[in-house]
Design a protein around this ligand. Structure first.
Ligand code: SF4
Ligand code: SF4
Length: 370
């Protein structure tokens, strides 16, 4: 890329709210947080995926306000296409133009085809997304094209083989994701191909910094160095020289200040073998808490009712592992899942003999009826 990206990026999804209503963003506090971040070197701002247009409009409007007074020129902005909500090729322009309108701008620095996986990518390709994106880059609305991925390494390889002008690849990457969707092999592959890799959710949306469950706390208690949980998590991500930036969704000034201070000392290849072993033991302790042994192989997909079984199992496993059903429920609603549309046709068979229907009933009890 022709500019240097800060090791810490800012995701705006969790900007502070005034109460429990996700639409009531604390404007003054949010603007203060965003400007503090930029003043302290953060130069990559991710607007997230517009699953919920009302919420996205509020967030984007606050970002627009924060970027007045010359702040816009100091950062690069990334917006996304909500691939799972695309119904026709007309939606490509619809989502891009809508976001530009909220930003009162003619262009966005980066546009990511969001949430690509081995079902959404072929569908978008068939709808002509690459030709459309080339057009939007030619007419100046998109600066550079990227994608975010939620699938295995093979899917990443296919996406990179299908097009050779990607600039950014983004995927969830924390120490919990070392071998997962697409894991460290995906990170190295994308970087080798010349893409800037954006590590999303480096602290799993703050869940890795919460009071850990007893089995995990026991592992951290053996740490030879007394770092905070945020420091262990971020240092693990920044230890990979292939990571261009780690985008953290930050919601409070105190948290931002700590992360900015950590970013100042971020260094690739700085973890010792003992550090790596410790972190892998913490990962194993977390993973032992997962109730559903789903590998996200997607062998049970597609579902004629559009239910994303592996994603639902991932949300539920995370909820149990991190003791945080609330976040899982919020993501379930934000991503517009609907377990109750399952008609029990039985087409989703699992090679690992996971009783999918039984688990869906359990999940429905946990989220869908509330
Ligand atoms: S439920 Fe089974 S088949 Fe479906 S993704 Fe998980 S492991 Fe694969
Ligand atoms: S049983 Fe439900 S989740 Fe499974 S394929 Fe049928 S509708 Fe989809």
């Amino acid at each position: 890329m022709d500019w240097e990206v800060s090791v810490l990026g800012f995701g705006v999804r969790r900007l502070p709210r005034l109460g429990n209503n996700p639409l009531e963003i604390d404007e003054a506090e949010s603007i203060g947080i965003l400007r503090y971040a930029i003043d302290h070197g953060v130069n990559y701002l991710d607007l997230g995926c517009p699953y919920d247009l009302k919420q996205q409009e509020r967030l984007t409007t606050v970002v627009y306000l924060a970027l007045g007074d010359g702040y816009r020129a100091k950062i690069r902005l990334a917006a996304s296409l909500p691939s799972l909500l695309i119904k026709s090729s007309a939606d490509f322009d619809g989502y891009l133009n809508q976001q530009l309108k909220w930003l009162k701008s003619d262009s966005i620095d980066f546009f990511l085809l969001g949430w690509l996986n081995h079902e959404s990518w072929p569908r978008l390709k068939e709808l002509g997304v690459l030709g459309w994106a080339e057009g939007a880059m030619a007419d100046g609305r998109i600066g550079r094209l990227g994608f975010s991925l939620h699938d295995h390494f093979q899917v990443l390889r296919g996406i990179l083989n299908d097009y050779d002008s990607w600039t950014l690849a983004q995927f969830q990457y924390s120490y919990m994701d070392a071998n997962y969707l697409p894991g460290v092999s995906g990170l190295k592959y994308a970087s080798d191909k010349g893409l800037a890799v954006v590590a999303a959710e480096p602290l799993r949306g703050g869940r890795l910094t919460k009071e850990p469950p007893p089995s995990v706390a026991k592992v951290w208690a053996t740490a030879p160095r007394k770092h905070s949980l945020a420091e262990w998590g971020l240092r693990w991500v920044w230890n990979h020289p292939e990571v261009a930036t780690a985008v953290s969704d930050m919601s409070a000034m105190e948290q931002l200040k700590k992360n900015v201070a950590l970013a100042d000392n971020a260094q690739a290849d700085s973890l010792t073998v003992a550090d790596e072993v410790l972190i892998s033991r913490a990962r194993d302790a977390y993973r032992k808490l997962r109730p559903i042994p789903c590998t996200a192989c997607r062998g049970c997909m597609p579902c004629p009712q559009g239910i994303d079984v592996p994603r639902l199992f991932e949300l539920y496993n995370d909820a149990i592992m991190y003791g945080d059903m609330e976040t899982a429920r919020a993501i379930y609603q934000l991503e517009k899942h609907d377990i109750n549309s399952c008609n029990q046709c039985g087409l989703c068979v699992c090679g690992r003999e996971i009783p999918i229907l039984d688990w869906l009933k359990e999940l429905s009890g946990a989220w869908a009826k509330e």
